[in-house]
Write a protein that binds this ligand. Structure first.
Ligand SMILES: NC(=O)c1ccc[n+]([C@@H]2O[C@H](COP(=O)([O-])OP(=O)(O)OC[C@H]3O[C@@H](n4cnc5c(N)ncnc54)[C@H](O)[C@@H]3O)[C@@H](O)[C@H]2O)c1
Length: 284
């Protein structure tokens, strides 16, 4: 993770919320936006990690606060928006990133339990609707704002036995386009990012990353011959939230090192062969 090297003031005087802003992509995004002058509310269930990220931001001269937020809770989302506004007087940016990957459920429609569907869809879709419901009226008061939702390459191309994640992320792309239409006239742009594989603090435990040689093999499937880091996504989010992107809305931006421009048949064969040779079950 890089420190604060670009205090360019792009977001000076602006207020941002990053859900899941303690670790991973959200952690990097909170640091990026703060480094560019935004006051950032780090909304996360992991209080310890959120406090640590805030401490790092403030030690580097940025402005941030943490708030305990479970995006599965309607009340928490409303309180999160209210807190940003009561602290800093306005809301300009909402990054809807939080997802409990640890509870990611594998399975087809005949395997997934109803409560896992409800839990997953609650975090992946309902949370984004509620975030917009309460943030848009606040953004409107100051003439506009920007919402960035985290989708995934999995919302664009489907993998087997991942009903909840794929359906949820596809819905994020649809919700983003729909909200962009409703809120464009209010000066509020809504975009989403489709990350490829991003190595985070947590992904040390993921199948590819912990299989010897797995990450290296995985990297070879990317045209740029590397997987991503949170800063790759944070940079794209910063751009989408900036005035440089003022004519961009409803856009699903793949930030995936070219993963999804490839012929999928070739890619699938290579990954399947590797999994068989290394005797592990494909992570999807
Ligand atoms: N890492 C990747 O390869 C990748 C790829 C595509 C899309 N994404 C998407 O990007 C987003 C972030 O992924 P990540 O890999 O950085 O995740 P991560 O697991 O590294 O971090 C997630 C953060 O969200 C927090 N969180 C989890 N559940 C929460 C909840 N209910 N309420 C509030 N905070 C909660 C966690 O405490 C953590 O700080 C997710 O939406 C994920 O689906 C990630």
């Amino acid at each position: 993770m890089t420190g604060m090297t670009d205090l360019d003031g792009r977001f000076a005087g602006r207020v941002a919320i990053v859900t899941g802003g303690a670790l991973g992509i959200g952690g990097g995004t909170a640091r990026k936006l703060a480094s560019q002058g935004a006051s950032v509310l780090v909304a996360d269930v992991n209080d310890e990690a959120a406090d640590a990220n805030v401490a790092g931001i403030t030690a580097n001269g940025g402005t941030a606060r943490a708030i305990h937020t479970d995006v599965g809770s309607h009340d928490d989302i409303k309180t999160m928006i209210d807190t940003a506004v009561s602290n800093w007087g306005r809301l300009d940016i909402l990054v809807q990133n939080a997802y409990d990957g640890g509870r990611r459920v594998q399975g087809s429609a005949i395997e997934v339990a109803e409560e896992d569907w409800d839990h997953g869809m609650g975090l992946l879709t309902k949370a984004l609707y509620l975030g917009a419901k309460y943030s848009v009226p606040e953004m409107q008061k100051t003439g506009g704002g920007s919402i960035v939702n985290l989708a995934s390459v999995h919302g664009f191309l489907m993998a087997p036995r991942k009903l909840v994640y794929e359906a949820g992320k596809a819905a994020v792309i649809g919700m983003t386009k729909q909200m962009a239409i409703d809120f464009g006239p209010l000066g509020i742009r809504v975009n989403c990012i489709l990350p490829g594989h991003i190595v985070t603090e947590k992904s040390q435990t993921a199948t590819w990353d912990r299989t010897p040689g797995g990450l290296e093999f995985f990297e070879q499937q990317y045209p740029v011959r590397r997987t991503g880091v949170p800063e790759d996504i944070a940079n794209a989010i910063s751009f989408l939230c900036s005035d440089d992107a003022s004519f961009i809305t409803g856009h699903p931006l793949a930030v995936d090192g070219g993963l999804t421009i490839q012929l999928q048949e070739d890619l699938g064969v290579a990954l399947g062969k590797y999994a068989r040779e290394n005797e592990f079950e494909m992570p999807y």
